[in-house]
Design a protein around this ligand. Structure first.
Ligand SMILES: [Zn+2]
Length: 343
């Protein structure tokens, strides 16, 4: 009999189709390791799959969870650089086509055939997960798994701010959205030397107060005054980290002529407004998706040196069997980030 573990499984496209199931220990291939999960973060996208308002194709049934770290428990026969007991975090691109032209450039995050943990293949809200060797990164001994498991959302934010935006010291940056990605984008924009405000709704007050811990301004509702405070023209950069499409309208209003809007939050609903301000203001609109190897190495370095500290966003750690409470607290905005641990 193979070993069984409890897992948080998203079993269909119906709303609320998540439950605890028993799964067998995965068998690894020659280029994989078996990772024993220590901590796994709950992502907004896990919530979207739970509430069935996601924009991507899910391979049901699937174990949720793509923000994780743990110890190498077994190594495949071709694996030379990793050994049992190594402390690691894993990237999310579980399956890629390595001959795709984008993968050949190192942009495997943009490979259309990419399949990620937690929707394309089984993720980490369980005890063991099969991980290709190429996804692994070493975690320094002094960095806790509770923090290290959040490398992934930090990489989303780093890629959005550092690689996909143009932020200079002294720039005024407005972040729309007080979720994990919004707050981490704000934290990284601060590291780039910007003046940063995070905006949200009245219901986001708790999460906005956490953004304050990263020395950001917080704004409830309209950010026009902040955007125009200096010379009346608008913010240098707007980062749209709200989980909808419609906030693009707010970004277009707040941005100054020749400014840069980066959209990192997404949602499937169509929009019903004109994009003329983009043209008239000569604005650059940039999407930002996922991350790749160099981003991971850089973010781990920032976390290890404590230039980037994710502790303020962690709202609690729950056993996977209590996933419902952990998910609900995040959905209601009572915590920014819930973290799970296998049982
Ligand atoms: Zn995530």
């Amino acid at each position: 009999m193979s070993e069984k573990s409890l897992a948080v499984v998203n079993y269909s496209s119906e709303k609320g189709a998540v439950e605890i199931r028993e799964i067998v220990k995965p068998e690894i291939g020659e280029d994989d390791v078996l990772l024993e999960v220590v901590n796994v973060g709950v992502c907004g996208s896990d919530l979207h799959q739970w509430t069935a308002d996601h924009s991507w194709k899910v391979n049901y049934p699937v174990v949720l969870g793509h923000e994780f770290g743990g110890y190498v428990a077994e190594v495949g026969s071709n694996v030379k650089d990793w050994k049992t007991g190594d402390k690691v975090v894993s990237e999310t691109a579980a399956v890629i086509n390595s001959t795709n032209p984008l993968s050949r450039q190192g942009l495997y995050n943009l490979d259309p055939d990419r399949k990620g943990f937690g929707y394309g293949v089984n993720g980490a809200m369980t005890k063991y997960v099969k991980v290709p060797e190429r996804c692994l990164h070493r975690v320094p001994e002094h960095l806790s798994f509770e923090q290290a498991c959040l490398t992934e959302p930090c990489c989303v934010a780093y890629n959005a701010i550092v690689n996909n935006s143009k932020i200079k010291p002294g720039d005024r940056v407005i972040v729309l959205g007080a979720g994990t990605i919004g707050i981490l984008c704000a934290a990284i924009a601060k590291l780039c030397g910007a003046e940063v405000a995070v905006t949200g709704l009245q219901t986001d007050v708790h999460r906005l107060n956490i953004a304050k811990k990263y020395n950001c301004e917080i704004i409830i509702g309209d950010a026009t005054e902040y955007a125009k405070q200096r010379d009346g023209l608008g913010a240098d950069c707007v980062i749209d980290a709200a989980g909808t499409s419609i906030t693009l309208k707010i970004a277009m209003d707040l941005i100054r002529p020749n400014g840069h809007v980066t959209k990192v939050g997404w949602g499937p609903q169509p929009i019903n407004f004109s994009l003329d301000p983009l043209v008239q203001k000569n604005v650059t609109l940039q999407g930002s998706f996922s991350h790749n190897w160099p981003v991971w190495e850089r973010v781990i370095a920032l976390m290890a040196s404590e230039q980037l500290n994710v502790q303020p966003i962690i709202g609690g750690v729950w056993p996977v069997t209590e996933w419902h409470e952990a998910f609900e607290k995040m959905l209601k905005g009572e915590v920014v980030k819930s973290v799970l641990k296998p049982v």
